[in-house]
Design a protein around this ligand. Structure first.
Ligand code: ATP
Length: 575
């Protein structure tokens, strides 16, 4: 894990080395100060030697200033390195996710990827900052203080040899019970994030179904479960303070008892005892700090693991070596194609064979879940076939450069979304270099030009995130226009006119036929009227092609098609 994360340090390597170096200097000076203080007391104060006091007082002042500067610089450096590291890591993760195929995204789920890009990276950033500063400072103070304590009095320093293991055992017991609870807290934050995200995203559905009460309860439950575990964890961790105090008091008592005896015996001096008090505090506090750092780091380790899991997940669909850069036409062939989603045991598509000629209009109909979307998503390699082969313009889709393939196979997904920006910016997603004329032409074919012009700002009208300020039908027409701007060889509309009235839909189909005669058009629809003038209609049933034919042929011979047709005809007449 560490090696993978460390790749994101890059230009912050020097700062990451500088911060602990400064910390080491700060600690060395800091632990030397009590020693000089002791000397000032014994040789200056006790002997009324003003020169000695001034001389060493100035040295002390200088050391304090240098230590302060080092400490401040270390904090700044560590914060800078930590923030830089987190920025790099966020970039690396984000770029890596952009390479993911649909299968990779299915594996993690969108909301989990968002948590990893935000909360988890912040945790790792804090941990990194802690590692290069506090995690260096605590052991350094401990080591330097022990050395100095033995230097001042090896006899009295033996007190620490007894007290440090006792404090160590107490802290280990506290951590043993506290640490798993903190880890649980973070897992429960994940659940809370999911609840909040689902609610905010689906707030309109929540209101439509008047589910506010249930949603509030879900939130309360999730929030309370975090508070419960957190309180329990804090209760255990709060034992830390009395335990520390107990050991510190014991050390002061023992130091005073033996130190006083040694002073009376003439083998020890008051100043030395004062410096021993100071080292005692430093040793015990740094040990305590080490325990806290250990807890924090182990909590962040879970976040680190979650980030590395994504970074190590290799995109399942990548560009081939020596790819074909040009798609010549819109011919499509499916040969014995089987497909199953990685985590599902059952094949979603069974032995699909198809032959589609460039420029044809293909309709696809079938029950929900029969595999229509899965079938078309294989053409631009949003997923890869499990068995068999799909060819476009006579070449296996796996041999194409992915960008070239996807530029030429434009797909309007079932729930295509618009992004925040103007209508023109959204349409130019299809082709950033498109001229205004090309953009307006695409919008006209998609029957979007009229309503766009009705907006006060026309093509410069601002679209809210998710297209919330345009109607469902308008959104669908804009997403079709966006796809048309690619000038694709194959255009796939996956139920993308479901919210458009039948008259407008008919105009869109007519426009597609007349303006894009060479483009293969695949239209998935639940409405027979949307596909009945197609050159071929594919009837899907439980992942297999049940029949292929024209509307007239299917009405004649296909029971299922005829039933759907009759039902929709009757429903149309009733309306
Ligand atoms: N990402 C996914 N992971 C696992 N299974 C999936 C995934 N997407 C779809 N499925 C399953 O694959 C089957 C076919 O789904 P698909 O979306 O291709 O059907 P469809 O005919 O397009 O349905 P609809 O008309 O409702 O859009 C369904 O059983 C569905 O549950």
């Amino acid at each position: 894990m560490i090696r993978t994360l460390m790749r994101s340090i890059r230009q912050y390597r020097k700062l990451s080395i500088l911060a602990p170096t400064l910390v080491i200097i700060e600690c060395a000076i800091e632990t030397f100060i009590p020693f000089i203080m002791g000397n000032i007391i014994d040789n200056g104060l006790m002997k009324s030697n003003l020169n000695y006091i001034i001389h060493y007082g100035l040295i002390l002042l200088l050391m304090a200033i240098v230590s302060l500067i080092c400490g401040g610089a270390a904090s700044w450096t560590a914060a800078h390195a930590g923030a830089g590291f987190a920025t790099n890591l966020r970039h690396d993760l984000f770029y890596h996710i952009q390479e993911f195929s649909f299968a990779n995204i299915d594996h993690f789920s969108g909301s989990s990827l968002v948590t990893r890009l935000t909360t988890d990276i912040t945790n790792v950033q804090n941990a990194y900052q802690m590692i290069i500063r506090m995690a260096v400072r605590a052991p350094m103070v401990l080591i330097f203080s022990v050395i100095m304590a033995f230097n001042v009095s090896s006899q009295l320093a033996l007190i620490f040899a007894i007290l440090v293991p006792i404090l160590g055992v107490i802290l280990a017991v506290i951590l043993h019970f506290g640490r798993p609870l903190f880890r649980q807290v973070f897992r429960r934050y994940d659940t809370l994030n999911r609840v909040v995200r689902e609610n905010v995203r689906g707030i309109r559905v929540v209101k439509t179904y008047v589910r506010e009460g249930e949603e509030i309860n879900k939130f309360k439950k999730s929030s309370k479960s975090i508070a419960d575990v957190f309180t329990k964890a804090q209760r255990i961790m709060s034992l830390n303070a009395p335990a520390m105090q107990l050991v510190i008091n014991a050390s002061l008592l023992l130091l005073s008892w033996f130190g006083a005896q040694m002073i009376v015996g003439g083998t020890f001096q008051t100043g030395q005892l004062v410096s021993m008090y100071s080292y005692s505090n430093s040793i015990l506090f740094s040990l305590n700090m080490l325990a806290m750092i250990f807890t924090q780091l182990s909590i962040s380790q879970a976040s680190g693991d979650r980030i590395v899991e994504v970074l190590r997940d290799q995109p399942t669909i990548i560009d081939p070596k020596n790819p074909i850069e040009k798609v010549d036409n819109g011919d499509i062939e499916f040969q014995n194609v089987n497909y199953s989603f990685a985590e599902s045991r059952h094949p979603i598509l069974n032995n699909v064979n198809l032959n589609i000629k460039s420029g044809q209009v293909i309709g696809i109909i079938g029950e929900t879940g029969s595999g229509k979307s899965s079938l078309v998503q294989l053409i631009p390699r949003l997923y890869d076939v499990s068995h068999g082969k799909i060819s476009v313009a006579g070449h296996n889709v796996r041999h194409y450069d992915l960008t070239a393939l996807r530029d030429n196979v434009a797909m309007v997904l079932q729930n295509s979304v618009l992004f925040s920006g103007t209508i023109a910016e959204n349409l130019r997603w299809g082709n950033p270099d498109a001229t205004d004329e090309q953009m307006i032409r695409a919008a006209k074919i998609a029957q979007a030009d009229d309503f766009i012009n009705e907006f006060e700002d026309g093509y410069n009208t601002h679209v809210e995130q998710g297209g919330n300020n345009v109607s469902g039908g308008q959104q669908q027409r804009l997403t079709i226009a966006r796809a048309l701007l690619k000038n694709p060889k194959i255009l796939i509309l996956d139920d993308s006119t479901s919210a458009v009235d039948t008259h407008t839909e008919q105009q869109i189909r007519q426009g597609l036929r007349e303006d894009l005669p060479d483009t293969t058009k695949i239209i998935i629809s639940q409405r027979i009227v949307s596909i009945q003038d197609a050159d071929q209609i594919i009837v899907m049933d439980h992942g297999s092609i049940q029949d292929v034919g024209t509307h007239d042929e299917l009405v004649q011979r296909n029971q299922m098609y005829k039933e759907i047709y009759d039902y929709q005809q009757k429903a149309g007449e009733d309306n």
